[in-house]
Design a protein around this ligand. Structure first.
Ligand SMILES: Cc1ncc(COP(=O)(O)O)c(C=O)c1O
Length: 454
């Protein structure tokens, strides 16, 4: 028996998939076999592409049919080093042959923490490790409660912070929590993020004077009991479509948090570790938040996430009690080895600078595309975190429909590019090791696939 939902993908579109060469016959056969056992709810990119990966090196991925692709997704911001980086392979192989679980310290963990805290903003020197993003965000909320003895949290429309119960109510999106209520009490979404291309208030920056934050402030006043432990914010909203707020906005959010005597938690799950062309997303506004949640690129594929705060805060109880902040997998020897290897490569290969340089070259090409294509409404980005927003009409800004974006996704695959372009908010986040040549080749593929839609 085959699971239709997995094999055919999204039924909302009526595309003749047989005219595409990807997925090839071997991928399809294996994918269909797997679908007998796989529960629904796979990440869209795996579900829609139906490719089975044979091997991958750096930014190049090869499937079991021999099709090769440039990867513009990095496993949604996870694969900072790309696949099979030799130093990463060596450090992890060495560690697995010696000790691979448990919460005892290891030489790699000592070195990882030393390296990490030499990069974190001044004052953020206490790290606790976890194995997923939502888990780290939940830990940050527990820490904020322990520090402030308050119990309310605020986050932004469009924000994404994971799908576990403690953070679900802080998702400012329109789909993930539908039907899963009631949400945990004390979680609020008082107002919109600075998504200037589609300003919820119909205003324009800079004349608006961050009117969206004014609304957020008013939302806090009216919705909460003003016992705010923390405000949670992404320096750039990833899941919403790599939405870059104007400079100064995150600093203004920090001031707002201070006004309510709340902590500021910067969710750097995607923006951290060089992705934006700076080590941390918050650096753009020159601020130091109270807590940062870190993940994705930190492990380059190994499940590793973390939170970082001052040591003084981390001691707050119950978070700071023995076993109060820990977990079974967090900071185990393998995770620590992965973190160490990633940081060493980021430093030794100047990957932050590479993200800035290659990202600028990609932005230039996408801005040209905006002039050339009737479908590109907005292009925004920092480093290798780029958003391209596709519209049906540049004046009305009506989003390009699913039928066309799904076709675009398959046109890209057929030409050798894996890209998150199955929605009108295209997110481009290749591994940080990408060369300018590969990046521009990927851009040209995207441009030609978009042209094919015309
Ligand atoms: C900013 C942000 N925070 C948290 C998460 C949750 O991470 P995970 O899927 O590992 O739970 C994500 C995932 O995309 C994210 O983008």
């Amino acid at each position: 028996m085959q699971c239709d939902h997995l094999v055919k993908g999204d039924k909302a579109v009526s595309i003749d998939f047989s005219k595409f060469k990807v997925p090839g016959p071997k991928s399809l056969e294996l994918f269909e076999e797997e679908s007998n056992f796989m529960a629904p709810g796979l990440q869209s990119i795996g579900l829609f592409s139906r490719i089975v990966v044979k091997e991958a090196k750096g930014v190049w991925v090869e499937d079991v049919d021999g099709n090769r692709y440039i990867d513009f997704t990095a496993g949604i911001g996870v694969g900072s080093l790309g696949h099979a980086h030799p130093h990463y392979v060596k450090v992890l192989c060495d560690q697995i042959a010696r000790a691979n679980y448990g919460s005892f310290s290891s030489e790699n963990r000592v070195e990882f923490l030393r390296l990490l805290t030499s990069e974190t903003p001044t004052g953020l020197d206490a790290v606790q490790m976890y194995s997923g993003g939502a888990e780290a965000v939940e830990a940050a909320l527990r820490l904020a409660k322990s520090v402030t003895h308050k119990y309310e949290f605020c986050a932004f429309w469009g924000g994404f912070h994971g799908k576990t119960g403690g953070v679900l109510g802080l998702l400012g999106d329109t789909s993930f929590k539908v039907g899963l209520g009631p949400m945990m009490p004390g979680l609020y979404l008082p107002g919109p993020y600075a998504y200037c291309y589609r300003c919820s208030l119909g205003l324009s920056y800079p004349e608006c004077g961050f009117g969206c934050l004014e609304l957020f402030r008013e939302g806090i006043r009216r919705q909460t009991t003003q016992n705010i432990a923390a405000i949670l914010v992404e320096p750039i909203q990833g899941t919403a479509g790599n939405v870059v707020p104007p400079p100064g906005y995150i600093k203004a959010v920090q001031e707002l948090a201070k006004e309510f005597d709340a902590l500021l938690i910067a969710d750097e799950m995607i923006t951290g570790f060089g992705r934006t062309g700076r080590m941390w997303g918050v650096e753009r506004d020159g601020i130091v938040p109270d807590v940062m949640t870190l993940g994705k690129g930190i492990g380059s594929g190994f499940p590793l996430s973390a939170i970082v705060s001052s040591m003084e805060m981390a001691k707050a109880k119950p978070f700071g009690n023995p076993s109060g902040s820990s977990s079974s997998y967090g900071g185990n020897p393998m995770a620590a080895a992965a973190g160490r290897a990633v940081l060493e490569v980021i430093k030794n290969e100047n990957l932050v600078e590479n993200a800035r340089k290659v990202g600028a070259a990609m932005m230039k090409r996408f801005l040209e595309l905006k002039e050339e294509s009737p479908f590109v409404g907005d292009v925004r980005g920092q480093g290798l975190m780029i958003g391209v927003e596709l519209v049906k009409d540049k004046k009305t800004k009506e989003p390009l429909n699913k039928e066309l974006t799904r076709r675009l996704f398959h046109e890209c695959l057929d030409r050798g590019l894996i890209s998150m372009c199955y929605s009108h908010n295209v997110r481009i986040n290749p591994p940080l090791v990408i060369s300018e040549e590969d990046a521009l080749e990927g851009c040209e593929i995207f441009c030609s696939a978009l042209k094919a839609l015309e």
